[in-house]
Design a protein around this ligand. Structure first.
Ligand code: NAP
Length: 288
């Protein structure tokens, strides 16, 4: 048994649920399954209890700062701090091949802005040597961008949160005003999601640069996984996809910081736009 406290956002189903299960099976003593909907969350808790596991539950709507603060305050009061934080909750736009402003906004809000809200309330309660893992995507690799200015700004050693905010605002403005240039991107399917995950990978590097207490912060592409997000399409089961994230938060050396992991547990160069596109929509189309 390892005497750590872990919390996974958006873990009532999908990869997050399987990560909670794997953490418990690996012997992490206190694991919070969190959900934005109490009923869905408690049903997930029951599923794990029926397998003889003992997860904890807390409500957590990642886009609501009151909910995020309440959850962080609870963990602080109950346990004194947090050792493992996995930012897993995310959404895809409903229409995969069209770029619709009303769909782009909640994607950016959930997949990027909510991470900042979580940072505000949860980073102060992280313990010495804690680990944060941001669940990104192959669609979050820098090779998804073609715009040279944004590639240079986001991959710069001194990239800032202001740069990333400017990037997501530039994207949203261009969708709103109908000025988006498809040639700025390698592919435009699921574009708001791509932008949100590129932003998340860049933010991982910024967060790592700012944090103290020997905390490690990494991101990962968990693979193409059969979940409700992919409408059941994918190569891996959620159980298979849970292994690499759990490896990063339990097994990797603490000195590995600010890296982009792949589902095979290897580190990929996130900053290299010249490698073949990760997140090729044609791969997804083959399964449709
Ligand atoms: P999923 O099955 O749709 O699960 C997403 C989870 O996030 C659900 O529990 C959902 O809650 C929750 N969620 C969404 N918005 C939330 C909010 N505002 N507050 C709190 N929870 C929220 O998706 P998944 O495929 O497991 O995805 C997990 C992570 O892997 C995501 O970060 C995704 O981008 C990433 N990823 C997935 C794939 C893949 O092939 N599946 C590939 C690359 C990356 P509800 O049940 O209430 O909707």
């Amino acid at each position: 048994m390892c005497d750590k406290v872990a919390l996974v956002t958006g873990s009532n189903q999908g990869i997050g649920f399987a990560i909670v299960e794997e953490l418990l099976k690996r012997g992490v003593k206190t694991v919070y399954l969190t959900a934005r909907n109490e009923q869905r969350g408690l049903e997930a808790i029951e599923k794990l209890k029926s397998k003889g596991l003992n997860p904890n539950f807390h409500l957590l709507e990642v886009t609501d700062s009151t909910s995020v603060k309440k959850c962080a305050d609870y963990v602080k009061t109950k346990h004194g701090g947090l050792d493992i934080l996995i930012n897993n909750a995310a959404v895809l736009p409903e229409h995969w091949e069209e770029i619709i402003y009303e769909e782009a906004v909640p994607v950016i809000t959930t997949n990027y802005h909510a991470i900042l809200t979580i940072q505000e309330h949860f980073f102060p309660i992280l313990n010495q040597d804690a680990r944060v893992l941001n669940i990104s995507s192959d669609l979050g690799h820098i090779s998804n961008l073609r715009n040279k200015n944004w590639i240079a700004r986001l991959t710069a050693k001194d990239v800032t949160k202001a740069d990333i905010d400017a990037f997501v605002n530039w994207f949203l403005d261009s969708v709103k005003t109908g000025t988006l240039k498809p040639e700025d991107f390698t592919q435009t399917q699921m574009l708001a999601y791509r932008v949100s995950k590129v932003a998340l990978c860049a933010l991982t590097i910024v967060q790592q640069g700012e944090i103290d207490r020997n905390i490690s912060i990494n991101s990962i592409h968990p693979g193409f996984v059969q979940t409700s997000m992919t409408r059941g399409l994918g190569v891996f089961t959620i159980e298979e996809a849970s292994k690499a994230p759990v490896y990063v938060v339990l097994d990797v050396d603490q000195s590995v910081k600010g890296q982009y992991f792949w589902y095979d547990k290897k580190i990929k160069d996130w900053r290299n736009p010249g490698i073949p596109l990760f997140g090729d929509f044609e791969t997804i189309r083959k399964y449709m």
